[in-house]
Design a protein around this ligand. Structure first.
Ligand code: HEM
Length: 398
């Protein structure tokens, strides 16, 4: 009888929900790579060592092309254009390049006052309603959702529709039919929005793509709708889960929370955010690849067509990256962490995500200095089996 393979992603301990499952450290130390079962029963190699992850993500023989693993992308295509994050260069680079200008450090710096305003507005509403509150519903989720709306030019009046469908698509307990219907509704919505922006352009990403890329024939209007949908998914749930889980981590580490609350040094906050990104590594099941040819990775022979799942939580806790990797220390140098991936697919929205975290977390800690969990830590529902790890809800009081 063969022993069943471990499931990836594994379950983190409820006692310390910030640490990756203990088995990952063994996988990192073992020869070769760990064979695992993914959520849909497919088998893959888990790449867990820091050096192996960097090597794989920089290797042109490793493909991100979704057409090579259709069983892992239910609903992909279906008359919609393919998504550039699931393409290889040069197609991927051609499409990505059209968006990079939207996420430069300078562009994001110009968005900071709006992000601050949103954080303040949601805090005002939460405080007005009085404790307790669900920090995910009232703060962590709406901030990135509205930031994306602002960026894409989604009118505020349509915001509820936009948020309701994207939430359904991200919900673990939604059925495949519900998710499919929400996806189709959202794509339809974005296609309609693109049509509207063709008639009435605004100062937003969709209008700029229409003017700069559709007018020249480089993109079709439905490619613009697809890019809008990608940005919504890539940028929404990830950032929301980082805000939620980071808040929990800070509530469990009150001295660190006090330090972030009391500092007026942006460098301290920026470094704290980097350490939170590394320590929490929420992108636990987001990076899938396939070997395009036979090769050896970390001493492991891998055949063409083999799936690889990139274990960022393990890689970011590798002692090769830094000393005492399991310690949460916002004063350490975190350079080189992989929370946003690595190589050509490295997160396009990382400057924006950083800005959202750097503004939202201190605002929360300053406005609500007595913030605390409203339930025992052991009762907080953790997103073990979701591609972005985090908390489903975070009941808080003050
Ligand atoms: C890619 C993490 C926020 C847009 C990625 C990847 C990771 C990641 C690990 C690499 C995926 C791969 O290699 O297959 C995160 C985390 C975030 C965050 C942890 C928040 C804390 C955002 C935001 C946006 C965004 C705010 C945009 C508004 C994207 C896009 C890609 C990507 C478009 C695909 C890039 C490509 O394939 O070229 N992200 N992300 N992300 N992210 Fe993020």
């Amino acid at each position: 009888m063969t022993t069943p393979l471990p499931v990836y992603p594994g379950t983190r301990s409820p006692r310390c929900p910030f640490d990756p499952p203990a088995a990952y450290a063994d996988w990192r130390r073992a020869d070769g790579l760990q064979r695992v079962t993914l959520w849909n029963g497919a088998t893959a190699w888990a790449v867990s060592r820091y050096a192996d992850v960097r090597a794989v993500l920089a290797d042109p023989r490793i493909s991100a092309d979704a057409r090579r693993f259709p069983e892992l992308n239910p609903g992909a295509g279906q008359g919609r254009p393919h998504a550039f994050p699931r393409m290889d260069d040069p197609d991927h680079a051609r499409l990505r390049r059209m968006l990079t200008g939207e996420f430069t450090v300078k562009r994001v710096a110009a968005m900071r006052p709006h992000i601050q305003e949103l954080a303040d507005r949601f805090l005002d509403a939460m405080i007005a309603q009085g404790p307790p509150a669900d920090l995910v519903r009232d703060f962590a989720l709406p901030i990135p959702s509205l930031v994306i709306s602002l960026l894409l030019g989604v009118p505020y009046a349509d915001h509820e529709f936009f948020q309701a469908h994207s939430t359904t698509m991200n919900r673990a307990d939604a059925s495949a039919e519900e998710k499919g219907a929400a996806g189709a509704a959202l794509f339809g919505y974005l296609a309609g929005l693109v049509e509207r922006k063709q008639r009435e352009p605004g100062d937003d990403l969709i209008s700029r793509l229409l003017a700069d890329r559709v007018a020249t024939g480089e993109l079709a209007p439905q490619d613009v709708a697809m890019n809008g949908m990608i940005l919504l998914f890539a940028g929404h749930e990830t950032t929301a889960n980082m805000i939620g889980l980071a808040t929990l981590a800070l509530l469990e580490n009150p001295a660190t929370a006090t330090r972030i609350r009391d500092t007026d040094d942006p460098a301290v906050i920026a470094n704290a955010v980097e350490e939170l990104l590394r320590y929490l590594s929420i992108a636990q099941d987001m990076i899938l690849r396939v070997a395009a040819e036979d090769m050896t990775i970390g001493g492991q022979p891998v055949e063409a067509g083999d799936l690889l799942t990139i274990n960022l939580p393990a890689a970011n806790r590798d002692p090769e990256l830094l000393e005492a990797p399991d310690t949460f220390d916002i004063d350490r140098v975190t350079r080189g962490h992989l929370a946003f991936g690595h190589g050509v697919h490295q997160c396009l929205g990382q400057s924006l995500a950083r800005a959202e975290l750097q503004l939202a977390l201190p605002a929360l800690l300053r406005r609500l200095p007595t913030l605390r969990l409203a339930i025992p830590l052991a009762e907080v529902r953790l997103r073990h089996d979701m591609s972005a790890y985090g908390v489903h809800e975070l009941p808080v009081t003050w």
